[in-house]
Design a protein around this ligand. Sequence first.
Ligand code: IPE
Ligand code: IPE
Ligand code: MG
Length: 253
Amino acid sequence: MNSDIPSLQPESLPRHIAIIMDGNGRWARKRSLNRIRGHREGAESVRDIVRACREMGIEVLTLYAFSTENWQRPRHEISALMSLLKGFLRSELAEMMENGIRLNAIGQTERFPADVVKVLQEVMDMTRKNPGMLLNLALSYGGRDEIVAAARKIAAEVVAGRLQAEEITEAVFSSYLYTQGMPEPDLLIRTSGEMRISNFLLWQIAYTEIYVTSTLWPDFRRGELIHIVHEYQKRERRFGVTGDQIKKARRRE
Ligand code: IPE
Ligand code: IPE
Ligand code: MG
């Protein structure tokens, strides 16, 4: 373990970190390289950040790797991203097993090519019982799509008479999302400076702390992540109540 991690307060670590990994194309352009090279270097950041989160003791790490809108990119870029994903899954399996990491995918993964789906399924099956960090990859993921899919499943339950409309609460609705059973993200990081959500985890980020860094994803490594977690630990999460109420509740603990 690196010496930078113990400086964090263990009692206020985020349980779930979600990251919009953006800026691979700009990283490559700055170096007059093609975009694919940016994605390749971005995969190195993924390795580093997964490792750092595990060492920190994060329970869930969700990485936005491919959005429903990303299908509109040039075909050769999409296929390069697919083979990078396949390569990543293959090369990381041993380390995931060694470190107890469980892999999960959220999104319409069935839209992916059969060979990628196969590797993804294999890695998910092999890591299913791992007790450590959950690595959640958002693949062909869209927040609106997820909400519509949940509404459809709920409607079918109501039509079948298994659920009453009045029984649909926020908790019930959440249980129909891809992230069912996971804590909501405490911290959302977006790299490359864009101040937008780009259809990521729309329901789940209602009270998530947001941090945007101008660093491009291929340059984003553990040192900056730890700095951001430090910044997160300085924030007061109020969830709609007053700062005084929070202090009073803390004194009672
Ligand atoms: C993020 O980097 C990777 C994916 C969206 C797959 P981009 O490819 O979006 O990089 P920029 O935004 O063009 O710099
Ligand atoms: C968001 O990045 C999606 C992923 C990181 C996978 P984009 O590059 O697709 O987002 P926009 O188009 O700039 O909003
Ligand atoms: Mg982008």
